[in-house]
Structure formats: C-alpha cells, structure tokens
Design a protein around this ligand. Sequence first.
Ligand code: ATP
Ligand code: MG
Length: 572
Amino acid sequence: MRYSQSFFPTLRDDPADAEVISHKLLLRAGYIRRVTSGVYDFLPLGLRVMRRIEAVVREEMNAAGAQELLMPMVQPAELWQTSGRWEKYGPELLRFTDRHEHTSCLGPTHEEVICDLVARELRSYKQLPMNLYQIQAKFRDEIRPRFGLLRGREFIMKDAYSFHADEADLAREYQSMFAAYQRIFSRFGLTFRAVEADTGSIGGNDSHEFHVLADSGEDLIAHCGGCDYAANVEKAVSGRDAASGLAGELADVATPGASSIEDVTAFLKVDAALLVKTLVYRITGGEMDGQVLAACVRGDDQLQEVKLLHALDADSIEMADEAGIVSIGGVAGFVGPQNLACKVFVDESLRGGTGLVAGGNKRDVHVCGLDMARDVAAATFADLRETRAGDSCPKCGGTMALSRGIEVGQVFALGKRYTEPMKVRFHSQEGKEETATMGCYGIGVSRLMAAIVEQCNDENGIAWPLDMAPFHVALIGMGKGEEVEQACAGLYKDLQAAGFDVLWDERNERPGVKFKDAELLGLPLQLVVGDRGLKEGVVELGARGGARESVPLTEAVARLVGLAESIRGAAH
Ligand code: ATP
Ligand code: MG
C-alpha cells in the first residue's frame, strides 16, 4: 500500500471521550471511528487487523475439526419463544416488528438459530458429533457501552456450537475447544488466564472464561498463588476466618446519622467483621418474581450479586427503592435482618455468628448482641460474598490474589438446555430417539483487537505483535530524487515477494512525521531509504522502538526476513 493513496485518518491528540489506551490509540491511529454509541466503523487499518485475528481463529477452529457457516443477524421471535429466552433475556435483546407485523430480534448470540437448523437436518447418530462456527456481527443493547471496542453494542464474535450423542463426547469436545482457545490466545502473544466461570444468561453446566490480564479489564479474577485454581469473582469460592463477638442480649444503640459501614464502625468502635451489612433487592423472574428480599454479608465483605441471582434462581435483581425497604419493615440506611417481613438470604460466613451489630430497622438506631441463630430464624444461608485478596484457596488452602481481566472468550458445556426445547433429536445406534447434547464456544474478535492494544503499546503508539500488524514493514523514503523513488519501488516489490505486507510512505512529508506515523500505527519493522545512504549503497532497518542498522541495499530484504524470523522465534 502506498501511504499517499491510503485512507488512514490519524489524529494528533488523544480523543477527549476515550478513557482506556486501546480506545485512544485505535481512534488516533485511524483504525476505527464511532458511528453512534457502541457502534463503530472499521477503517482499512482496523479491518486488516480484524482479518489477521480472524485468520488465526479460523485456522485453529478448522484444525480442531469445526466447520464454518454463516447465520443471519435477524432472528424470528418464535425461535426465542421456543427456547424460553424471549422473556428471560431482558433489554439487551433488541426487538422490532417489520411491515408484516412479524417480531424479530438482532442476534446477540445464536443458540436458537443453530438449534433450529440442526434440528431440521439431524437424523442419525452417524451425523454426530458436529461443530459449526461463524464469525459474524452480534448486537447487544448494552446498558453502558464503553471503552471503544471492549464493550460495544455491535461487535464481531466467533461463535461455535457443537452437538453430541452423549455427555462423554461433549466433555471430549469441550476439552478440545479449551485446548484450541489456549493455542489461539498464545498465538496473539497475549498474557491470559483461563478461569472457572458463571454460566450467565446462556445457562448450562460447566464453563470457563479466557481473560487477557489488563488493569483496564472490567472483570475481577481470583486466582490461587499455590495451585491452578482460578475463577471469576462472580463464581469464586474461598475461605476466611470466622468472626464472632461476645454473646449477649439483643439491644438497641443510638447511632445518630451513622448509616454507612465506616460511620458505624467509627461510632461504635467495632470491627467491620462484626457488622452485618443488609441489602434490600427487588427480584424479577423465578418463583420470587416481584418480591422484595434482604441479603446479608459481613461488613468487611462485598455482596456478589451474580451469586445472589443464582441462589434465587431469578432473571434479574435490582436494589429496592425506599418504598421497597419500608414494605418489609426496614428503614433506609438502618436495615437489619431481624424481624423483617421478607425472606432473608445470609452469607455462609455469618452462620452461627453471635455478638454482631446490625441496623435496628428504626431511624438512627442499630442493634448489638445479634445472634444469627436466635434472632434471624428464617435465614437462608448461601455463598454470597465476593472473594477478597488474602482469602484461602478452596482447593489447596493457599492464598488467593485478585487481578483485572478482559474476557476475550468463553466455553460452555450447555447440556440439553437448548436442544430439549428446540427438539434437536437423532436416532441412536439402538434405534431410539434421543436428544442431542450441546456445547458453545465464543471469542470476542473485535474485543480482542482492543485487548491486544491494551497489552501492546508504548508512549508513541501501538506496538502490534508482528503477525497482527496491518502491515509488517514501514518502507520510508527520505529526501528527494529519482534514486530514492526507484530504490523504494524495487524494495516494495521484493519485500512483497518475500511475503511482507508493506506500507510505502512516499508522502512529501518530513522524516519526523513519517517516523511518528509509523510508530503510532504500530508497524513492527522499519526500512528507511535515504538519498545520502543510497550514495554509499546502504539503507537502514530495524524493529519499531529499537535501534536501526545500516545494511547494503542488496541485502535489505534478506536481513528483514532474518529479523522477522528472530522476532517470531522470540515470541514462541
Ligand atoms: P461480558 O460479560 O463482557 O458482557 P458475556 O459473557 O456476556 O460478556 P459471551 O456471551 O460469553 O459474553 O460472548 C462471547 C464473547 O463475546 C465474550 O467472551 C466477549 O469476548 C465478547 N463480547 C461479549 N459482549 C461484548 C461486547 N459488548 N462488546 C465486545 N465484545 C463482547
Ligand atoms: Mg461470557
């Protein structure tokens, strides 16, 4: 590509509304542009990188025996009604009605469509197993689209779906996909971790997420320093010493104006571990639909809402408003679990707790001497607390640590969650009609582009791993004259013949501008052809961010091939 003929609109300054480095750099370097909230154009540079990511994903998926197909973005409501997700999915599912009064949605994922397809074509166990995948745009009307490509509304996903005659074969495929994902994320040169995951709105039994470790990540991952246990905090379990105060009578204490954990611990001079934090939620879906309930964790813990959601088997929960709190006999800021007119879910760590402090369900009052067994008889105990750094590992007793991660992929052993309602059936070897079992496997292709930039950047711009860069080589002509032009034209051809994608910067710009742009765009190799060097028969080459060396013009291509090989070698 010749730079002067390209559409690479770079920006001099960081865009004001971009908070994370990948968003800033992908905008500044002309890879993406925002169309509307959470929706982006991929400019030629962005599309080139996307194609590179897709190529790696395709290669590994094909090698693992999956077949590519392409499904539509528009999905009829009936399919989602059959699976039971039309009601469950919530406002992230964008629904619309066409001129014939048919209701449809934009696909946020494709379990329904693939099951519908496979149900119609599957006859015999002989057709199983099968693994079908696509790389395609998804739409999720995210409540808070942000961080550029990291959380979009329209984004590109690789989604694969496998079908099996029995659970053992699903387990085999799950392992095979897990291994393929390990290979894929290693090939991008990423520091990542596979963690046990919650199955979320997709449902199913077993699941792992793959996280790129980065401070900008929206997920928190708990991992053990002593063994391989690692899990998303939405799911992680961990141990911690029990806390109990001195047993005694339940008594009111005045705590004027003190409602936060910090205020109460300071005012009553008690340890936060002895406080009961009581949160009030309104529930949607499940058996407790529409009800208000209280959930308690220790004052030094955070409640993990995903765990509560599962304990309730509900579709969603939200903090109750003042009216909700009053309806169960509580007072905002002073709620305690005793004598409430609702179900009370309590974290396991409070089981058997005595001498605790809780809200008094009266304004400016707390109670002390609370005994869980005696005073909160109707409590349902469950694991509700979020793992903290320093907790003990449930597997080996080692010490847990927390890291931030960007979820770039997830694998699910779904079982029959979709195949049952969507009637994906086959005739077994014994001639019986059976329901197939299923797995699904996603990779956030466009999110990956941003995740790579989060890990690969410096103060001058993006530092793409060699095989992810939109062009491998920046060929930079310096100085005027026919010789420079001719030497560049020759190198441009020879480099391409040697397998490089080359960006030839033949613009009439100062060398400083050309170097700056090559670094901002993140091109890994530079080849500089100057009029002075040419008089001696030499050019300069090097890796982005490193020193350049002078080499004879005639050896330039071979030397770059060698440099690329050594970079690839070091990456593996
Ligand atoms: P998240 O928890 O980040 O919302 P998810 O668990 O809902 O993601 P999955 O249903 O597992 O997402 O989708 C598969 C993959 O698609 C994710 O691992 C992620 O890489 C990508 N992905 C999901 N939502 C988005 C989004 N809003 N923008 C970009 N990529 C996304
Ligand atoms: Mg996920």
